[in-house]
Every structure is written in structure tokens, then in C-alpha cells.
Design a protein around this ligand. Structure first.
Ligand code: NAD
Length: 477
């Protein structure tokens, strides 16, 4: 595919320019990178109508054919890795190798999901009746994606929704719409008109979607704060919702770890994608017996990491994606400064164009500090000392979030035991952030409602329908 500068929405099988445009900035330079359509309410109505029109045909398409289309979409992404990755770096900021990883992950997600099927359960098969429960598609899904992993998180929704027989209107974040619009061009060559529609717009478009009576479900990934609004706005028409929201993941590091070997891995648990990962380690609790040497080893490694424009060779960490997020992170840093917490490195604003924040690590700030209690979603990590396991578990769980968490130890059994006491949707031992299309992923508490991935995630795009057939009815005898 040609990655030219023209960006159009996909509505009912047509590429549509729209009547107004939005600027998309390169976060490494703050320069305008491209202009994308700014959808009107009429554009959204047209997209919903197209999805509704396409629904009966797509729902009736045999599942094997729907799987073939998902495989073709995945192949189309794999055929354009370089072009997508370059564009992703420009709009999102992440370094080239990470951008490639996300694009390959997006293609993989579409293909790997086709291993799943919609189950049918026989509830009763007696002389009197047969009762089965099957899973039928919901209808039209509205998908709303964030800016930290725009492509793969969109595919988290496209794969199960389309596999289950739904049609979709997908909205990327206004900060990162470009790869999604190029994906729409590819999808238009593969999918029947109206099965997947992609609309782009500003701050009004999300609320228009969640309030629109033409959607049967909203699948949303973003902040907990916006998630609450989405749920409220879905209530009047009782839309189904899947909400993948924020997190404040704790890593618990036991004293038996090999300090030199683990420091680099722990660093990246927190700083991959510049800390802009829902399941990044956002608080690191280190046992007092290894606190000082491990703290020093993490800082020593951090000082070797290159922060810069993601499109430059050798860059390991790019800029923050957008200005509001940049300001949120700076505000948390300022609060830590105002309170007199100890900085091991960072803490200063980089005096260059672009939304750059130097790697910032704090030494044992208090448990009730904002940087420990809030989701930073940026390159700032508090290291915190602990000496009692019950206490550290209580601290890890004393939050409204419950997305992820991790335990690190050479004693895998003991770590596994501790991991099971963390109240989060996913807990890792000796790694983080490993997700699979075939495993349920979601948040406990206010980190989300429902899951994506796995059979559980697929079934969230269906209604369970029980069919009961009476055998030898009395009136027939
Ligand atoms: P955000 O909530 O600001 O925006 C997410 C999306 O919602 C964007 O497309 C945005 O345009 C749209 N939106 C904004 N206001 C809306 C409204 N009132 N109604 C409907 N849609 C609206 O989130 P963000 O800043 O893009 O993403 C960062 C957040 O997302 C972090 O909190 C992060 O932890 C979370 N996140 C969660 C997961 C997960 O799977 N649990 C994954 C990635 C990111």
C-alpha cells in the first residue's frame, strides 16, 4: 500500500474526506504531521446506518468465511509492516522497533483470534426436550481506542467483534488516527461494505457514539475517568459495554533476586513505551534487603537509555504522545518536588521541542504521595521499600485500580503464592505485560468492566440465546 498523505474515513465501503479537518501533530517535534477528517454527527449517523445495513449479511456469513477475512486483514498488515511502523512512530512517538512490534502484534491478533469458535452448550437432552445455548452476535459495535497502542488495541476489538458476526464503527484517538485510517483503506479491499467503518473526529465524537441509539455495544479502552462517562452514557439504551481502563500496577520484588541480572528487566517493566502502558509497572516495591543495591542498579541502567525522536536510530524511549498527557506527568513531578521527595534522576523538563520528559526515578516517596497513588502513565517511577509481605500485599491492593501486577523472585512457588493475593485482572511472575489473544485480559475494581481476549472476550460480543425444543409435544399425540 502507498502510505501517502491523504487520510479518509471509511463509511459504508466509501473513503470519505468529510467537511472539516483536524490537525495531527508529531509529538517529537510538535509540528503538524497530517490532517484527518473531523466527522460531523451526520457522518457518524451514516457510519452507523452502513454498519446496521451490513449486519444481517455479515451475521449470516459462515464463521469460516469470517475467519478467512480476518486472516486476510492480518496478512494485509503483515504485508505493510514498514509503512505502518514508520507512520506509527511519527504519530505516536514510539521508537521504530517498538512500532514494528506493535504492528506485527496487530496482524498477529487478527489471525490468532481465528483459533476461537462460538461454543454451543447442550443443557438438556432428555426424552422430553432438548435445550441448547448458542451465542449470536449483538449487532453494531462502537469501538473507541486510545493513543498509547492505537493499532493493537483497535485490533483487540476488531478481531472478536467481527469473528462473532457483528459489524463495527471504530474511532481512533484524535492524537493517533493515522495508522487506523490506513488500515481502513486495506480493510475496504477485503471486507464487504459497511462491516467495518472508521470515523475520526475531535472531543465530541466519542460522546456522540456512546449516546447513539444505533449501537448495541460500546467497547472502550481509555482512562477510568472517561470509562465512567461511557458507562453512564450507554445506560439509557442499555448498550453492552466492555471497558478497559487505567491501572496502577505494583511490582513486588523479593530479596532473593539477582540484582545485576534483574535491574534492566525491571526498568523496562516500568518504562517501555515511555511508561504509557495501562499495564506498566507504576509502583515498584522492593524488599529492604536488596533495596539499595537494586535501586542503584536500576538507576545505573536507566542512565544508559537513550531518550529522543523515535524515528532516529538508537532511540529507546520517545516523547510523551500528547500535550495534555505531558502536562499531567509534569504536574505529578512538580508535586513530588513541592513535597520534597528525593529524586534519583530526572525531574527536570527537557528544554527541547517535543513532549520530552527525562527518565525520572524517585527514592522511597511516602505511600500516600500522589506519585504512588495516581496513575502516572509516563516516565516517572517511584521505588518503595517494604519488609513485610502482608503489608506489601495490603499496599498493592489499597487502590481502586486492579489491572495488573507482578512478583519477582527466584523462588517461583513462593512468588506464585504471593501473586495470587494481588487483586488484579492479570498478575505475572518474573515477567510483565505478556498478553495473548487466547487469554482473558481485563481489570478488577475500577480498572474495567468485562474482558478482551480468550473465549471470555469473544463471548462479550454475543448474546447467549437458549433454544428449547419439546420432544413429542402432548398436542401432537
Ligand atoms: P481517554 O479516556 O482520554 O481517551 C480514550 C478514547 O476515548 C479516545 O479515543 C478519546 O477520544 C475517547 N473519549 C474521550 N472522552 C470521551 C467521552 N466522554 N466519551 C467517549 N469517548 C471519549 O484515554 P487515553 O488518554 O487515550 O488513554 C490513556 C488511558 O487509557 C490510561 O488511563 C490507560 O491506563 C488506559 N488504557 C487502558 C488499557 C486497558 O486495556 N485497560 C489499555 C490502554 C490504555
Amino acid at each position: 500500500m502507498e502510505f501517502n498523505d491523504t487520510y479518509k474515513m471509511l463509511i459504508g465501503g466509501e473513503l470519505v474526506a468529510g467537511s472539516a479537518t483536524l490537525d495531527v501533530l508529531n509529538p517529537a517535534t510538535e509540528e503538524v504531521l497530517a490532517r484527518v477528517p473531523d466527522a460531523t454527527e451526520a457522518d457518524l449517523d451514516a457510519a452507523v446506518a452502513a454498519a446496521r445495513k451490513a449486519f444481517p449479511g455479515w451475521a449470516a456469513t459462515p464463521i469460516e468465511e469470517r475467519k478467512a477475512k480476518l486472516n486476510a486483514l492480518g496478512d494485509a498488515i503483515f504485508g505493510n509492516i514498514e509503512g505502518f511502523a514508520r507512520l506509527l512512530t511519527k504519530e505516536q512517538g514510539k521508537p521504530g522497533t517498538e512500532a514494528q512490534g506493535e504492528i506485527m502484534g496487530a496482524g498477529y491478533w487478527l489471525k490468532a483470534f481465528t483459533a476461537l469458535d462460538l461454543p454451543e452448550t447442550v443443557n438438556e437432552d432428555s426424552d422430553e426436550r432438548i435445550s441448547i445455548t448458542r451465542h449470536v452476535p449483538l449487532g453494531v459495535v462502537g469501538a473507541i481506542a486510545p493513543w498509547n497502542f492505537p493499532m493493537i488495541l483497535a485490533m483487540f476489538k476488531v478481531a472478536p467483534a467481527l469473528l462473532a458476526g457483528n459489524t463495527m464503527v471504530l474511532k481512533p484517538s484524535p492524537f493517533t488516527p493515522l495508522c487506523t485510517l490506513k488500515f481502513a483503506e486495506l480493510a475496504n479491499e477485503i471486507l464487504p461494505a459497511g462491516v467495518l467503518n472508521v470515523v475520526t473526529g475531535g472531543d465530541n465524537l466519542g460522546p456522540w457514539m456512546t449516546g447513539h441509539a444505533g449501537f448495541d455495544k460500546i467497547s472502550f479502552t481509555g482512562s477510568t475517568q472517561t470509562g465512567r462517562r461511557v458507562m453512564a452514557s450507554a445506560a439509557p439504551t442499555l448498550k453492552r459495554v466492555t471497558l478497559e481502563l487505567g491501572g496502577n500496577d505494583a511490582a513486588i520484588v523479593m530479596p532473593d533476586v539477582d540484582v545485576e541480572k534483574i535491574a534492566e528487566q525491571l526498568f523496562w517493566a516500568a518504562f517501555t513505551n515511555n511508561g504509557q502502558i495501562c499495564i506498566a509497572t507504576k509502583r515498584m516495591y522492593i524488599h529492604k534487603d536488596v533495596y539499595e543495591p537494586l535501586r542503584d542498579a536500576i538507576v545505573a541502567y536507566a542512565k544508559t537509555v537513550k531518550v529522543g525522536d523515535g524515528s532516529e536510530q538508537g532511540t529507546q524511549i520517545g516523547p510523551i504522545n500528547n500535550k495534555p498527557q505531558y502536562e499531567r506527568v509534569l504536574d505529578l513531578i512538580q508535586d513530588a518536588k513541592d513535597k520534597g521527595y528525593k529524586f534519583l534522576m530526572g525531574g527536570e523538563k527537557a528544554d527541547v521541542p517535543g513532549y520530552f520528559i527525562p527518565i525520572t526515578i524517585l527514592d522511597n516517596p511516602p505511600e500516600n504521595s500522589r506519585i504512588v497513588q495516581e496513575e502516572q502513565f509516563g516516565p516517572v517511577l517511584p521505588l518503595i521499600q517494604f519488609d513485610d509481605y502482608d503489608d506489601v500485599i495490603a499496599r498493592a491492593n489499597a487502590t481502586d485500580y486492579g489491572l495488573g501486577g507482578s512478583v519477582w523472585s527466584t523462588d517461583e512457588e513462593k512468588a506464585f503464592e504471593l501473586a495470587q493475593r494481588i487483586q488484579s485482572g492479570t498478575v505475572w511472575v518474573n515477567e510483565t505485560q505478556h498478553l495473548s489473544p487466547l487469554a482473558a485480559f481485563g481489570g478488577m475494581k475500577q480498572s474495567g468492566v468485562g474482558v478482551e481476549g480468550g473465549l471470555e472476550g469473544l463471548l462479550e460480543y454475543t448474546n447467549a440465546q437458549t433454544l428449547v425444543r419439546r420432544k413429542k409435544p402432548a398436542f401432537a399425540q
